[in-house]
Design a protein around this ligand. Structure first.
Ligand code: ADP
Ligand code: ZN
Ligand code: ZN
Length: 732
């Protein structure tokens, strides 16, 4: 286990007794377990050190940023051998609670404290060359902490209002069900704050946002109190940000996501860390932000897979929020229409509280779901059929256009076609660096030209004019992506305004905002897109949602595929009929499938979330899969797969020989990943499983030691295999 001692030998209050020289231990953004000692020259640095301070230190031949984790007046190293801290950042130190959370995360997710703490600070603050200029700015008062005196009176008044939720709510007047939910959420407003985890399970369109915003208003009892709201995707935030700003006219909002400029993100982080911003709204990365007066957390759309970080330290932002709430003894609300099985079961078992919102706030009706049966052999676009979508769906689109309503057409792949192929020989557009195909894109990546683009390694190539194998000039495509669907739909309904929304068309967040605006203001008639269009948006005039070839999402080795598809279908269905008053007018959902009898589709028909989750819970229980067991992966990556497999096999042997694993911890055989090669590296993995989270953690701690013993950082000595331990993997 990588435990980092955050204690201070020298109490902060004692620091003035220390000589003007003392020692600090710092951590770096490197897979090195140990901290490094440096001399702190208080005369040069202008103050005594504080734990959590971001500093610049010389390391090897270069300088790097680091975080102070220990302050002491002695070091185990000779004074003459130690180097000095060069500079400190013009930032408040990370508060002890935030640092404690980062330390927990580093232990639970088997990374070093530096590897998780430093990436949690925006790049804007990690450029020591600019620190002096920034300090000057701070001196010019631009970035000083907010003065807290003037609003004190207001704070007292606000506190007096707390027990009666509906008062003080002018906008978004809550309905009876929402008011009841709010009362339940607030609990006893006069009681001490304590840890609570609450699942807010509300149908799509039931007005969850209004409920949790009102709850936050009540939970922020004083001017200094802060709340964290996590949302899944960047493209969701602009709309929500506006709504939140209107709801909290006297609060400052810090928005954090990766689509912001470095500076804006840096300032937002700083305002949260200084306590200047009271509402912190952000994506996954905001879960790690320093928020010293955090009093309430909301994780909206808690089921969303984007809360899981898939690079570097593979943390779950949702799980860390629950941990953080526990650590701080504050409440956390997990909101979703389609909760993750983990959260849903926690509510079923009574580990979490649950509040339901069962009716839609505006329309009170749910759209009608229809399963469109495709024939067994192919999609709607089998050979000889020029249509990419079934005739039922085509008729529905035409009907919907006549009724002046918008249609959403959901297709799971971006680009023009997943594969380019030669009909004369068997050439397919494989990627030279990965064991996958390059996707054909009509244009947009490299100017106007069509290109092949690998979605795994990013490689881009021009489309070859003829087959590289046999010279045949007639190359064809296999399958369809959003671009092809856009062309097809435009050709079918030439008078309709067609809009495509996918990761390519919405690269910049300003772009995404503009695209979604065209849905909201009614400019677009038919919107073609990936699941991006389904998430969280509150559209007013969607009459039809068509899911093209839903089965394509179902067939993978991933045992969570059905759970994920179900959530997507319910979420996208929830975009329709949001403003409708009558059942006749409630909108229509058409789902194309070859297997309408599968439970995932049957439960969607009745919008039966609990029924479906109950069903998969039973399946997982039988198979002893998560959440009925706990898992971890060891990832191994090498120049060739046999090296990676051998490395994992050796680890397994060593473990068998040397380690006494706790009972019930199972270690499987190493296997190649489903996509073996990515960016010219070949990948394997090994699953470790246990019925007990604690036993698994204990086993992994020992395993981590075995791995580290024969590695430099995270590269094995000799075989040069890069390894990583992942807790609670979503994909195995
Ligand atoms: P959810 O997140 O549950 O899908 P939203 O919070 O987006 O739902 O709310 C759906 C719609 O209902 C929004 O347009 C919202 O403004 C509206 N709404 C919410 N609560 C009320 C209410 N009490 N009265 C009228 N409209 C409401
Ligand atoms: Zn060929
Ligand atoms: Zn590739």
């Amino acid at each position: 286990m990588i435990s980092t001692d955050l204690s201070t030998d020298q109490q902060q209050s004692d620091t003035n007794k220390v000589s003007r020289h003392c020692y600090v231990q710092v951590v770096l953004d490197k897979p090195l377990v140990q901290g490094f000692d440096y001399i702190w020259d208080a005369d040069e640095l202008g103050c005594m050190p504080t734990i959590g301070q971001l500093v610049e230190v010389p390391f090897g031949r270069a300088n790097t940023v680091a975080i102070v984790i220990k302050v002491s007046n002695h070091s185990d190293y000779e004074h003459s051998k130690l180097r000095k801290v060069s500079q400190r950042a013009p930032l408040p130190p990370l508060d002890s609670k935030t640092l404690g959370m980062l330390n927990f995360a580093s232990q639970y997710y088997f990374s070093t404290l530096g590897e998780i703490a430093l990436p949690s600070i925006p790049a804007y603050w990690k450029k020591p060359k600019k620190w002096q200029a920034l300090t000057q700015k701070a001196d010019d008062n631009e970035l000083k902490p907010a003065k807290k005196t003037s609003n004190k009176k207001a704070a007292v008044e606000q506190k007096a209002e707390v027990p009666e939720p509906p008062s003080g709510i002018q906008k978004d007047q809550l309905n009876a069900e929402q008011t009841k939910a709010l009362h339940h959420l607030m609990g006893d407003a006069n009681a001490e704050q304590k840890y609570r985890a609450i699942l807010l399970q509300g149908k799509t369109g039931s007005g969850k946002t209004a409920v949790y915003l009102n709850w936050i208003k009540a939970a922020l009892r004083s001017d200094d109190d802060q709340a964290l709201i996590l949302v899944p995707e960047i493209n969701l935030t602009p709309q929500l940000e506006k709504r939140i700003a209107e709801f909290f006219p006297d609060k400052r909002i810090a928005v954090m996501h990766s689509g912001l400029t470095e500076k804006r993100r840096g300032i937002a982080w700083q305002e949260a860390a200084l306590g200047k911003a009271q509402i912190i709204l952000g994506t996954r990365l905001a879960a790690l932000a320093a928020i010293p007066n955090l009093k309430a957390i909301v994780v909206d759309e808690e089921h969303d897979a984007s809360y899981k970080q898939q690079e570097g330290t593979r943390y779950s932002a949702r799980d860390l929020c629950v941990w953080r709430a526990h650590q701080l003894a504050i409440p956390v609300v997990l909101a979703s229409a389609t909760p993750s099985l983990e959260t849903w079961l926690a509510a079923e078992d009574g580990r979490y509280e649950r509040i339901r919102l069962d009716t839609r706030a505006v329309s009170s009706v749910m759209p009608k779901v229809k399963l469109v049966r495709l024939n067994k052999t192919g999609t709607a676009s089998s050979p000889g059929n020029p249509h990419l979508i079934s005739s039922e769906v085509r008729n529905a689109v035409t009907r919907n256009l006549l009724q002046k309503k918008q249609s959403l057409v959901l297709i799971n792949r971006r680009g023009y076609a997943p594969i380019l192929s030669c009909s004369a020989c068997s050439w397919l557009s494989g990627c030279s660096k990965c064991s996958s195909y390059m996707v054909m894109h009509k244009s947009s990546i490299l100017g106007k030209k069509a290109v092949l683009n690998c979605h795994h390694c990013g490689l881009i190539k021009e489309v070859p004019p003829f087959c590289p194998e046999c010279g045949n000039a007639e190359l064809g495509t296999i399958g369809q992506g959003t671009q092809q669907m856009e062309d097809y739909i435009q050709a079918q309904w030439p008078n309709a305004k067609v809009l495509r929304i996918d990761a390519d068309s919405s690269k910049k967040s300003a772009n995404a905002e503009g695209l979604f605006e065209q849905i909201h203001d009614g400019t677009a008639d038919i919107i073609v897109g990936t699941q991006m269009i389904a998430k969280g948006h509150d559209y007013q005039n969607i009459g039809l949602v068509a899911v093209i070839d839903a089965d394509s999402r179902l067939f993978s080795q991933d045992y969570r595929a059905a759970e994920r598809l179900f959530a997507q279908l319910v979420q996208v269905a929830g975009r329709a009929g949001r403003a409708s008053k009558e059942q006749d007018d409630a909108g229509e959902i058409c789902i194309e499938t070859r297997y309408p009898d599968l439970p995932v589709f049957r439960h969607v028909l009745g919008h039966d979330v609990d029924g479906f989750l109950g069903h998969i819970a039973a399946e997982r229980k039988d198979a002893l899969l998560p959440p009925y067991s706990f898992q971890a992966l060891i990832h191994a990556e090498a120049k060739n797969i046999s090296t990676a497999i051998q490395f994992l096999a050796d680890i397994k042997k060593t473990v068998r020989r040397e380690i006494d694993f706790p009972d019930g911890v199972r270690m499987y055989d190493p296997v190649p990943k489903s996509i073996v090669r990515v960016s010219s590296m070949e990948r394997a993995q090994l699953v470790i499983e246990s019925d007990s989270r604690k036993n698994l953690q204990q086993a992994l701690t020992q395993l981590d030691q075995v791995l580290r013993r024969s590695s430099q950082g995270r590269i094995s000595i000799g075989s040069r295999v890069r390894w990583l331990i992942e807790r609670d993997p979503l994909l195995i």
